[in-house]
Every structure is written in structure tokens, then in C-alpha cells.
Write a protein that binds this ligand. Sequence first.
Ligand code: SAM
Length: 281
Amino acid sequence: MGKASKDKRDIYYRKAKEEGWRARSAFKLLQIDEEFNIFQGVKRVVDLCAAPGSWSQVLSRKLYVQAKLSPESWNGYHPLIVAIDLQPMAPIDGVIQVQGDITNARTAEVVIKHFDGCKADLVVCDGAPDVTGVHDIDEFVQSQLILAALTIVTHVLRVGGKFIAKIFRGKDTSLLYCQLKLFFPDVTFAKPKSSRNSSIDCSSGRLEGPNKVYIPFLACGDLSDYDSDRSYPLPSNAEGGSYQSLDPVQPPIAPPYKTALELKKAASHGIVENDTLSPGT
Ligand code: SAM
């Protein structure tokens, strides 16, 4: 898909570039905030699985930039924002970065150390594994990320704090709901307007009979907002001019697909290293 075509088919991808967000995911967190007011009273946050950093950008703008603009309302206090990912991230004002695997206990220890005995008011986790396309596997691996996030949450989140995590809806959704309910009195599954529709039916939980649970489900974001599953005409098409697609705000600095792209490029130039491309030789 070309850049302009993606701009047309994904309004939030286009808007993210126009508004300076590193990824379209920023809108999900903003729309969740519109519904749940998640930043109220928040001073310390952990952003798990943060790269390329659009949620960290939202946290920086909502907390760090606000604290700088009105220090009196923060009593000279500096917000603490710690972001973790397997991948390195370009710097963001006011965000401490930790590169590591959230399923690894040592990463959790590093995060906890940054809090120096204090607790976080909010933990967010937008973790997603490299998708295989086999939904059951993807959903399972993603639920393991949430459980790893929950382990960190149990150490760093203050009593009464908030935990926001992305989930892949599927047949184990109700099990996950029950696991979360053990730790939080209120658990809501929400679909921000900017999140695309899943073909999996959320209500088809595996827990049946007396164990069946009904999950509170909420659509959030202004309902008159852009629909992430619709295509929108590009601005210049409406005005008869030629459309200029913007470059991404901050491409990932070391994406996992980088080596594959380099090998593909080398192969197309005839620079094929046999020992790299074909392990059998
Ligand atoms: N919230 C991010 C943003 O707004 O830019 C997007 C997050 S992206 C959808 C999912 C991220 O999860 C990837 O950057 C990936 O590296 C990270 N991830 C996946 N498994 C992880 C793990 N075990 N530990 C840390 N990060 C992980």
C-alpha cells in the first residue's frame, strides 16, 4: 500500500502525521482519556511496550509539558514517566526510557528502581507481539504480555491506581476479565473510535453456564469522530489540488524488520551473501 493510499484508508494514520504523533495509537489513549479522565491526579506513570512512543508523547504532553507550563499547580513537583520497550525509542521530553523485555523479572526490577519506593498512579500497556496471523496464537501471546504487565503493576501501582492495557478480543476475553477482577474493583473493556473493528465477537466467551460473565463494554471517543474502518477522501482531492503525503513523524529507530529489509535490498542489488541468506550453504 502506498503512503497516499494508506492516508486515504486510514484517517488516524494521516491525522497522526499531521498532529505530530509517532503512531496512530496516540488517538486511542486520547479517546480513552475523553471517556475516563485517566490523567486526573496522575503524577507518576509507567508506559509498558512504548515504542515508537506515541503514548509516551501523550503522557509527556499531558503531564510533563503541563507541569512546565504551570509549575505552581504542580507545587514544583516533576512528573515521573518511565517507558519500556524491547526496541529503542527516540527521546521524548520528560520520559525516562528503559530498553527491555517486560516478561523478564530484571526489567521489572529496573522499572521499580526508578520509582525509588514510590508508587505509580497509572500504568499503561499497549503491548503487541509480532503478529503471526493465527489469531488464537496472537491472542494467547498478547494475553501473556498483559499478565507480565499485571505482574509489574502489582509491584509499582498504588492502591486505587489505574491500569490500561490493550487486549485482542477473543475467546479467552472473559477469562482475562476474571483475572483482572481479582486485582481491580472496576474493569471495563472499551473500544476507542480510532481502534479498528475486530472480526472476533467479544461476547463469545469460553466461560459458560454458571461461570459465564458479562463484561462491561464501552465505546469511547466522540461518536461523531472519524470512523477507523472507513476511507476518507484526501483533502486535496476534495479541493482539486494534488495531495502531498507527509512522512512519519518518527520512524522506529531499530525496528525488528530492519535486517530483513537490508537483506532484501542487498539481494535486489545482486549483493547476496550466501552464508546469511541461505543457511544450508
Ligand atoms: N504504544 C506504542 C505507541 O503508542 O507508539 C505502540 C506499541 S506497539 C503497538 C507494541 C510494542 O510492544 C512494540 O514496540 C514491541 O516492541 C513491544 N513489545 C512486544 N513484546 C514486548 C515485550 N515482551 N517487552 C517489551 N516490549 C514488547
